[in-house]
Design a protein around this ligand. Sequence first.
Ligand code: ADP
Ligand code: MG
Length: 269
Amino acid sequence: MPENRMAELQEQDKRIQENLNVIKNRLVVFSGKGGVGKSTVAVNLAYTLIQRKMQIGLLDADITGPNIPQMVGASGQPEMFGEHQLLPQVKDKLRVMSIAPMIPQDQPVIWRGPLRSGTISQFLADVFWDELDILIADLPPGTGDEVLTVSQKMLPRIAIIVTTPQEVSLLDCRRAVNMAKKLNIPKIGVVENMSGLICPHCGEEIDFFGSGGGEEMAKSMEVSFLGRIPMEKISRECGDAGTPVVLKYPESKTARAFTLIAQNVIELL
Ligand SMILES: Nc1ncnc2c1ncn2[C@@H]1O[C@H](COP(=O)(O)OP(=O)(O)O)[C@@H](O)[C@H]1O
Ligand SMILES: [Mg+2]
């Protein structure tokens, strides 16, 4: 690597440390598999913590599938702050940073790993989050570059690993737990999402994907189990509409599940 590039990166790492210094806690959400509900968990956990009067930032670190602005209903562009910094978008008190508003809609982000990681590093160095209780990073699925970059640069205190109850998801979840262990993330917690389906007609719970596998796995791998979230139609509808379910339906089973998970997260911290 050329010497000046090396110096640039060192300078950036210094800026990241300074920038994140005013943030009390950092947390990452990832999974072994796509579509298991990472972004849903990141968004609804963020708002549940905001309901407990905490200042929360959410970094969309899924560069090729940035869904957070859509899921929280944030629109517009992030603004500049001073000469070098970007201000996160704010939606219902949540501070959000994503690449989504900066790329044309429907266009794929065809970037190799280093470019994706570079963008995340830039967000960590140059976004003015201000003082936060927790910065949450929503990661892409799997155990690739972004997970490495975020873990090494953001130094998260907690990794939340989301799984669904099926054996194929649990298998990948074990890999993700082991990755978090290898990266020396101090606390690891598993969330079992889509655990039981709430019938939209009668409200009864149907054992659709099964349930309990996440808790058993967490126990056997000696990590914390943070809770289970049912599969509920309103949850998906709210995600699509950009009105997070815990805000729109605070009495729902899903919202109650997030209250428990938030408590467990606070205890882990
Ligand atoms: N518990 C749930 N109940 C209903 N729909 C859910 C639930 N969890 C996730 N979904 C839906 O499943 C889809 C994938 O979830 P998402 O959070 O985007 O997953 P990931 O970030 O892991 O790819 C979204 O449409 C989301 O609304
Ligand atoms: Mg996602």
